[in-house]
Each structure stands twice: as C-alpha cells, then as structure tokens.
Design a protein around this ligand. Structure first.
Ligand code: TXA
Ligand code: MG
Length: 311
C-alpha cells in the first residue's frame, strides 16, 4: 500500500495531533515526524524506520523562542548559533528540559533541536505549536529522502501522510553541533559549513576534520545503496576504473560533480537511489574537494562505501 501525498498543512496538523506520522519536507532532507510530546507517537517512528530505540531523534521547532521550553540553561554558544542559523540546516545539542521524553533523547540528558527552513514545515510547526520529533524519513541505515517519492518508496503505508514540499534545497542533513561542553563540537558535517560556524562563534570550535561523524547512531556503514560504492579522488582514476569494470560486463553508475558542491549535495542521494534503480553493479563516485559542503558530502560517501554486515 502507498502513502497519501499532498500539500494540505491543515490535514498534516490533524495527523500529528492525533498521534500519527507525517513525513515533513525540510531544506536538508525529509523527516519522519511525530508529536515529540506523545510517547506512543514517537515510538511509531522507530517501528516505521526499523531503528534501534536508543537512538535520539531531533526535535523540530517553529522558532528559536521555543528553545527555552525544550532545554535547560543553554550555553551562550548555543544561543548564538540558534540566533544566527535558524531557520536553517543546523541542529544544536543542549541539556534537555525535564519534560522532554526519554524516547526522544534515547535516555540522554541532552536533546537535539532545530528550526528547519521550509515554508510548508514552518507553517505546520507554527499551527501545531509543539515540537515535532523527526529523524530522516528512510528505513534505518538507508539513503535519506530528498523528495516525497523517495519517502513513499521507502516507507509506503508506514507513514500516514507525506507533506510534499518538492526537492530538498540542500540535499544533505543538518550540521550537528554539541553545545553542552565548554567548547562547541561538530558531531556531524552538514548544511552549515565548519568555516561558517567558526565565523559565527566568538570562541573556539572543535571540528572533526576527517574522522567519522560522532553523533550516536551514526554508524560507519550508513546511507547505503544496494550496489557497492567505490570512491576516487580524481576523475581520471574513476574513468579508468569504470572502463575496467565495463570491459568485464559490469554496469557502472558514475557520480561526479567536480567542484560544484551545491549540485553535488542536492543530487547525491537521488543519484545513489537512481543508480540502484538502474541495476548498476557498481557505483563509482569522484570525491569532491574537502572544503565547505565538501566535508559533508565526503562523509556521506564514505559511509555509503563502508563495508556492511550481511543482511
Ligand atoms: O537534516 C536533518 O538533520 C534531518 C532533518 C529531518 O531534520 N534529520 C536527521 O535526523 O538527519 P537523523 O535522526 O537521521 O539524524 C540525527 C542524528 C542522529 O545521528 C542522532 O543520533 C543525532 O542526530 N542526535 C539526535 N539527538 C541527539 C542528542 N541528544 N545527542 C547527540 N546526538 C543526537
Ligand atoms: Mg538519518
């Protein structure tokens, strides 16, 4: 069975109020949303995704003024980043308010908060009035959706309504910054770049330049298409490898946007899905430069290419 897709924000509000699941468009990727104050509704997210229950989910808010109802004594850095980046592709981790449910935080004493920048979801959040808990709207470990059709393909009838906001403008997930310690720390590269964060903050910032993202639930293998993924630093290497595989009869899909990082981020997840859909035997990607949005793209490609446990 397939899910209902549409642009009826009023209906989406009703579904959220009655404890249902709505896929919500954001500027990064689509989220699988539920009322963050309704424990059984949030539990349904985990069932629909097939996600381990101890993984925390981000709470999406209508505006920064709601930060104080969801967190306890946010740091100056948290307030500054929220003020500067929201609405936008930044998730901040702050100490949680006592009222935030364990099912949302995975039992941690912190919570991830974000005000997304998409007009339909902004309207939904404003009319609903509360927080919407939402991980990316894909089955656990698979590719995040950047349009409504991706969500329908992946989750089908497990989602009550898909709010169709078109193609996600950025295409990779939000940057996650842990603001609970003395020095803000980047846990996941994403739509806001390291350099942008460093410029916004008055003080130091702990970056994680090459290592894997450190948010809980971010496994080495993630964002995984079905076909194996090979990564190359140069277009030449990728070209010769593709030729070698094609010569022995293996279908190859090549992903390469040169230094056009915006296009790379926007297209990446669609391209990975399309490669799978085309039945390619191997996906070859040319890594973008390790600068700006390139960090997030390289991180996701590395996870897509990581060896996976047998399923
Ligand atoms: O762009 C995005 O961030 C999208 C859209 C829908 O907002 N959401 C998203 O959610 O990517 P998800 O669940 O796929 O990834 C969120 C990550 C997870 O790795 C989770 O562990 C981490 O954020 N996270 C959430 N709350 C946290 C917390 N309190 N402490 C540390 N990490 C947290
Ligand atoms: Mg995800």
């Amino acid at each position: 069975m397939s899910a209902t897709i549409g642009t009826d924000v009023g209906y989406a509000v009703e579904v959220i109020r009655s404890g249902g699941l709505v896929a919500i468009p954001t500027e990064t990727v689509y989220g699988l949303g539920a009322d963050a104050s309704n424990e059984s509704a949030v539990r349904r997210i985990f069932v629909a995704k097939g996600r381990p229950v101890d993984h925390p989910v981000i709470v999406h808010l209508a505006d920064g003024a709601q930060l104080s109802s969801w967190s306890r004594h946010p740091s100056a850095a948290a307030l500054l980043l929220a003020e500067t980046c929201w609405p936008g592709p930044l998730t901040i981790i702050v100490p949680r308010a006592d009222t935030v449910l364990d099912v949302v935080t995975g039992g941690r004493d912190t919570v991830g908060l974000r005000v997304p920048a998409h007009p339909l979801t902004a309207e939904l959040l404003a009319r609903f009035g509360g927080g919407i808990a939402a991980p990316s709207a894909n089955r656990f470990g698979r590719i995040s959706p950047t349009n409504a059709a991706h969500v329908a393909d992946d989750l089908g009838a497990a989602v009550d309504y898909i709010l169709d906001g078109g193609q996600a403008a950025i295409g990779v997930e939000s940057t996650i910054v842990d603001c609970t310690g003395d020095v803000p720390q980047i846990l996941r590269h994403g739509g806001v770049t390291d350099d942008e964060l460093a410029t916004m903050l008055d003080g130091p910032l702990e970056r994680s330049p090459s290592g894997p993202s450190r948010a809980p639930g971010m496994l080495a293998s993630h964002y995984a298409p079905r076909a194996p993924v090979e990564l190359y630093e140069s277009g030449d290497e990728a070209f010769w490898r593709a030729k070698e595989l094609q010569d022995v009869g293996i279908g190859v899909a090549v992903i390469d946007y040169g230094s056009n990082l915006g296009a790379y981020a926007r297209q990446l997840y669609s391209d990975l899905r399309a490669a799978d859909g085309s039945g390619a035997g191997t996906i070859i990607a040319v890594l973008p430069p390790a600068a700006g949005l390139g960090h997030a793209i390289r991180d996701r490609l590395t996870k897509a290419a990581a060896p996976r446990p047998p399923t």
